[in-house]
Design a protein around this ligand. Structure first.
Ligand SMILES: CC(C)(COP(=O)(O)OP(=O)(O)OC[C@H]1O[C@@H](n2cnc3c(N)ncnc32)[C@H](O)[C@@H]1OP(=O)(O)O)[C@@H](O)C(=O)NCCC(=O)NCCS
Length: 152
């Protein structure tokens, strides 16, 4: 599906909050955290919009300046628009913005759709953690060693 990927606007944070809440509740980001991600990483906070300017998905990246690692913090496509390549395009757009040594993310081991995309882009599982966030749910840590390894 043809979408435009661009930086989020401050006025759109509330809408991102609603999408994030729908997908990740009760582990969704509070509105103030999204605003602070915007404050810190506005260049890495991207949305996908269609021709009528509806927001169909978003991705948020961050950088650990201590070790120059990039992180994919969150990505989601609205359920009605999944399977049209939007999640992949959002990930590619973010990876293209990173000027870091490697990129990391966490993903639930049962999230086969997301893992499929990350592997397609060159990520590998670097660790499996049973309680990464302290809430007793497992996460795989996935890593892209060189951003130039992007495969698509
Ligand atoms: C993960 C997510 C962002 C993908 O968005 P999307 O717009 O559907 O992504 P795409 O259309 O680019 O790609 C979907 C791919 O996953 C594949 N896929 C979907 N469900 C799958 C499954 N259960 N097992 C394996 N592959 C699957 C599709 O076949 C497609 O692969 P292809 O491009 O090789 O044909 C979306 O499913 C989502 O928002 N999920 C809820 C939030 C979430 O889990 N985010 C990730 C947190 S780590």
């Amino acid at each position: 599906m043809k979408v435009k990927i661009r930086k989020v606007e401050i006025t759109e944070i509330q809408e991102i909050f609603e999408i994030d809440k729908k997908e990740f509740e009760p582990m969704n980001y509070p509105l103030f955290v999204l605003k602070q991600y915007y404050d810190l990483f506005s260049d890495l906070f991207l949305i996908a919009e269609n021709e009528t300017k509806d927001i169909l998905g978003y991705i948020i990246g961050g950088i650990n300046t201590d070790n120059n690692e990039g992180w994919v913090l969150s990505v989601a496509t609205k359920i009605a628009y999944r399977g049209h390549g939007i999640g992949t395009q959002l990930c590619e757009a973010l990876l293209n913005k990173f000027r870091v040594d490697c990129v990391l993310l966490t993903v639930h081991p049962d999230n086969f759709g997301a893992i499929h995309i990350y592997k397609k882009l060159g990520f590998n599982i670097s660790a499996k953690k049973e309680n990464y966030y302290g809430d007793n749910s497992p996460r795989n840590i996935m890593k892209l060693n060189k951003v130039t390894d992007i495969k698509v």
